[in-house]
Design a binder for this molecule. Sequence first.
Ligand code: NAD
Length: 478
Amino acid sequence: MAKFEYAPAPESRAIVSIKESYGLFIGGEFVPGLDGRAFKTISPATEEVLAEVTEAGPADVDRAVSAARKAYEHTWSQLPGKERAKYLFRIARIVQEKARELAVLESLDNGKPIRESRDVDIPLVAAHFFYHAGWADKLEYAGYGPAPKPLGVAGQVIPWNFPLLMLAWKIAPALACGNTVVLKPAETTPLTALAFAEICQQADLPPGVVNIVTGAGETGRALVEHPGIDKVAFTGSTEVGKEIARACAPSRKKVTLELGGKAANVVFEDAPVDQAVEGIVNGIFFNQGHVCCAGSRLLVQESVYDEVLASLRRRLATLRLGDPLDKNTDVGAINSAAQLARIRELSEAGEAEGAQRWSPPCELPVKGFWFPPTVFTGVSQAHRIAREEIFGPVLSVLTFRTPAEAVEKANNTPYGLSAGVWTEKGSLILWMASRLRAGVVWANTFNKFDPASPFGGYKESGYGREGGRHGLEAYLDA
Ligand code: NAD
């Protein structure tokens, strides 16, 4: 089926004003870094430099932790929950007011389609603040004792795939529970975190309650290893997560880790094929597959394999790849040259190991970092593309005959973040859900998120939960 010709429908970038350079957000103000180091953040779709950002060194991290400690002791932990809630509600409303601006900024810095930043990321950011604002004065009813106490200062490190949303997942529950924070955004996507710092100023949040330090892995390491923090919350790769767990093991710090995934999306023969295909596409091509819970391993029951694959190929031929700011774009840019190199390397390994590679006809822009939607068939469980997280728009397809075989294959991974089940039988959904070792199991849908629903992993996908009542535990002395 040919694509319709669509006229370009670009969202205007004039709505955002990006400064030439940004300082660190410490104690309620933007301040220069102590050793004057900086790095550039670019648009991955065009390689255009967007801004220069300060690289925080250990002394800067120390300043930020001191500011957070001061705010914790003198202000934030002294406020009754209903007063903290007012600030969180205010932040949520400002996020909504600035939704368009934040969506454009996110798509510019990250490369994700505006359709997703506008309709998924930013509304969920506001929803997380609203949801946790609601908890701030009701913590005694959360099931963690009659007078649950905050932990103190939280050091939070986040990745680049959902920059502002991961910030909201971290900051909203921490503040609701009475903690103060120092957060480090990923080095390729610092801009919406810095815009969030401006929102904190606009909301009159007491200085030091939120501090943002920009930088790369070394800044993250200085933060999580700082002796002045009480809690570490990390979202990122399993490799770095293990390092952090080792570094924090001898300390009293409470740690939660949200790490990688290699989710199975299981399609049974009685599933409605068109709906399942939409779910498969959403599962792996949403956000260019830069999703920890992406349905990167498709398990199809052998009897419907041909039908599902033919339908999937037809659907993929309709996806539009290109300018992230175009409202018709389905697939945007890969976030960085390094991530593109990793996706290429694993895809080449897939071919070398004997799987068959297919992509729809698709023209890639010349500048920027791009990778076409890709499907591998003839994949065996031993292949690297079936075992390792690719974190890109690449689907590995395997088959199964019986539900027991589907469970066996789905669980044959060191990860355990999410899974999907497609079938008309409610009993089969429950049977599968009780056997799949995954923190989230979606039934006849995929990649659905809600602040009221806890999210987190089993096995090497990490520990601790974010969201819902369960997520509060990570920020309470419970
Ligand atoms: P990454 O681990 O390389 O980086 C994540 C963050 O950690 C970045 O801010 C980075 O600067 C920082 N960092 C790097 N080294 C550090 C160190 N030694 N100490 C402290 N901080 C350090 O991961 P990435 O490539 O940016 O992100 C992709 C990974 O994140 C994928 O594996 C993905 O599955 C995972 N992820 C998980 C979830 C989840 O909720 N489980 C959500 C999104 C992404």
